[in-house]
Design a protein around this ligand. Structure first.
Ligand SMILES: [Zn+2]
Length: 236
């Protein structure tokens, strides 16, 4: 690693004054690299779920909500470069990782028959308190990268995350799934879309995304097609 870095300095490909590091492997970035190095771009473990509909990501939503397709870019495992990258993105202020890697993913989604007619991106919102602390929503940054690649709009305002209260439980006003403490309320501000892509960082059980999708469906009914794309998925 050190030898490689010194070699890169000597060759003038990296900035000596302000070296930047790959969020995944920690190696020094070349001047033409952003957030994640080319080596990681080629070697991080992709799922390729967007190439077939009956994949482990979409199976997470069976019986929970109505979707067309679900996919995740990378496999997420502990102590791997994917975990390091997502940690940097969520907790170390490396917000541009979402934009960069989201854009790579968006380019691949655009080549998939399952995702190429997406016309609106909605990121899973953070709770407002968390957003205040962190300063940004990583799902929104990923969504923004995907939206740019697909040349569609990003709507980060219409889906609102609130804390679930006893009163709401009694009134059954909002959609909710098991294991989700927050509630989602959909108040669309943009004109109706035909195929919404919900975006999140890590897909684990699908409970949060299901709650989001069900809250959207309470407004749109079954008229809208909804799909899911996450940056990573835990192994199932
Ligand atoms: Zn790297």
């Amino acid at each position: 690693m050190l030898l490689n870095t010194l070699k890169r300095y000597a060759e003038g490909f990296v900035s000596i004054a302000y070296p930047e590091y790959c969020s995944a492997c920690g190696g020094t970035l070349f001047r033409n690299e952003e957030s994640v190095c080319g080596l990681c771009r080629n070697s991080l473990p992709k799922t390729n779920f967007h190439k077939f509909s009956d994949n482990p990501a979409s199976k997470l939503f069976w019986g929970k909500c109505l979707i067309r397709s679900a996919a995740a870019y990378y496999y997420y495992k502990k102590s791997t470069d994917v975990q390091a990258m997502i940690h940097q993105m969520k907790y170390k202020g490396q917000k541009e990782v979402g934009n960069v890697v989201g854009n790579w993913y968006g380019q691949e989604l655009g080549d998939s028959v399952l995702f190429q007619d997406v016309d609106l991106i909605i990121p899973v919102p953070l709770h407002p308190d968390k957003l205040k602390r962190r300063g940004y929503n990583q799902a929104e940054n990923i969504g923004s990268g995907i939206a740019k690649a697909l040349n569609v709009e990003l709507d980060a305002k219409s889906l609102i995350r609130k804390t679930f209260t006893e009163t709401q439980t009694k009134k059954r006003m909002f959609a909710r799934s098991e294991n989700v403490e927050d509630v989602f309320v959909y108040q669309p501000t943009l004109q109706a879309s035909k195929h919404i892509l919900m975006v999140d960082d890590v897909l684990t059980t699908g409970a949060t995304l299901s709650a989001c999708i069900n809250s959207i469906r309470t407004v749109t009914g079954d008229d809208v097609t909804i799909s899911v794309a996450a940056l990573a998925i835990t192994k199932h």
